[in-house]
Design a protein around this ligand. Structure first.
Ligand code: PSU
Ligand code: MN
Length: 303
């Protein structure tokens, strides 16, 4: 485990990492910018508790007090979930937000960076960022993809967010040499829905994912691995239904000239509003399901 002055790793997490006990990372953008209060705080706590019931230590990661915090106590989680102004921190924002001692919520990219620096190998999120739609007009591609090409972390996600251009997202992941595995499926899930028209490589067990990861490290291939884990069918919003809300949300973003880092939070909130909260329920369920799979992988990595 590497450590320096920028990191504050909670003692129980430090100990677990030193003893090779399973730990999973959790991101904080989903808390600060992905869900409204109090659902964000409830979800953050629920995700941590799910991990604990599986004998895995959760390490929610954020920037606070000029430190990259690995593991938050209840009061820090509450601060993150209720603070008026929280900066959305991707890779390029880390240094500045630390210097300003602002509260920063880490995206998938920044969480992968922090996890790797602190020795955590598995990370559960909702949906990763990717290539936004209307690529020919905006050239908006999430730093998450760059982070995958750089940091050897296993990320469990319900595919990429449905608000994105999923075929282009998968294409660029192929270009960057990032392994994408469907967890017990050969169909790329589309966040709110189990399916899409996109085929991916299926992988049958948590153990096998761990073995591929280990093999990559032995080979000196240090990309992250995306484990695409579909939401359980009973909780999904079928693509035809959610697509109507996504289109409407994209149209409103365009009308209000919303772009860059503000776009994802705007779209997610709009879709929750348009679906009368159903999209929020779905987002919570898929995140819970991702934590369960991440715990299985983290536990299997010990052997
Ligand atoms: N998935 C969710 N809610 C979120 C996000 C993902 O269910 O809020 C966040 C993640 O933190 C992801 C980020 O890394 O959106 C992508 O933002 P951008 O496109 O600006 O890189
Ligand atoms: Mn984006």
């Amino acid at each position: 485990m590497k450590k320096n002055n920028f990191f504050e790793i909670k003692p129980n997490i430090q100990q677990a990492l030193a003893e090779d006990q399973p730990v999973i990372a959790l991101e904080s953008t989903i808390i600060a910018h992905g869900m409204p209060y109090p659902h964000n705080l409830e979800t953050a706590m629920k995700l941590e508790n799910i991990a604990r019931t599986k004998d895995v230590l959760p390490a929610t990661i954020c920037l606070m007090d000029g430190k990259i915090k690995i593991g938050l106590d209840d009061s820090e989680l509450e601060k993150l979930a209720t603070a008026k102004s929280v900066c959305k921190v991707s890779l390029r924002d880390i240094a500045r937000v630390l210097m300003k001692t602002e509260i920063g919520a880490t995206t998938v990219a920044a969480t992968m960076f922090a996890a790797q620096k602190s020795g955590i190998k598995v990370f559960a999120t909702g949906g990763i960022g990717g290539v936004h739609r209307n690529f020919h007009k905006s050239l908006d591609i999430s730093t998450d993809l760059k982070a995958f090409s750089q940091f050897p972390i296993i990320v469990v996600s319900a595919g990429a967010k449905a608000i994105l251009d999923l075929p282009k997202t998968l294409e660029i992941m192929e270009t960057l040499g990032i392994p994408v595995y469907g967890y017990k499926t050969d169909v790329f899930p589309s966040f709110y829905s189990t399916g899409s028209k996109l085929q991916i490589q299926s992988i049958g067990s948590a153990q096998e994912i761990g073995e591929v990861f280990q093999k990559n490290l032995e080979l000196g291939i240090s990309t992250g691995i995306l484990v695409a884990n579909p939401i359980p069918k009973k909780y999904e919003i079928p693509a035809a239904e959610i697509e109507i809300f996504i289109d409407k949300a994209l149209q409103e973003a365009d009308e209000h000239n919303i772009s860059g880092k503000k776009l994802t939070p705007f779209l997610l909130a709009k879709i929750v509003e348009l679906s009368d909260g159903r999209a929020l329920e779905t987002n919570i369920k898929l995140a819970e399901n991702n934590v369960l799979v991440a715990c299985e992988i983290a536990s299997s990595l010990r052997n």
